[in-house]
Design a binder for this molecule. Sequence first.
Ligand code: 5GP
Ligand code: ZN
Length: 114
Amino acid sequence: MSDCIFCRIAKGEIPCAKVYEDDEILAFKDIHPQAPVHFLIIPKKHIATLAEATPEDAPVLGRMLELAPRLAADQGAAEGFRSIINTGRHGGQEVYHLHLHVLGGQPMPAMLKY
Ligand code: 5GP
Ligand code: ZN
């Protein structure tokens, strides 16, 4: 997916403030942080949305979840954090490369506001 911004970040073609990287996962700070700690964990493989993940993607999705608390603590959110995956149009997804938001560093507001 050469036109996918997160694929380009994963390949190093677009710079990011890297939080963590291994062979299948990258984590980097959100460019428009919504909390004192706000970073994204992505699979390097292009998966457009959670709705398009397949059973073979389960291990990398599990690893992303398992990494979240460790990276959150490293980044200064040791007292808890919120993790969000926006999926599709009604989910408010803007970038169509699956990503797990991790937000913290202060108490989070009510979960949903309409
Ligand atoms: P979504 O609404 O798709 O769940 O969230 C996309 C997130 O990606 C937004 O919070 C937005 O600020 C972030 N974002 C979009 N483009 C870039 C970028 O080029 N670099 C970084 N670091 N974050 C980005
Ligand atoms: Zn992508």
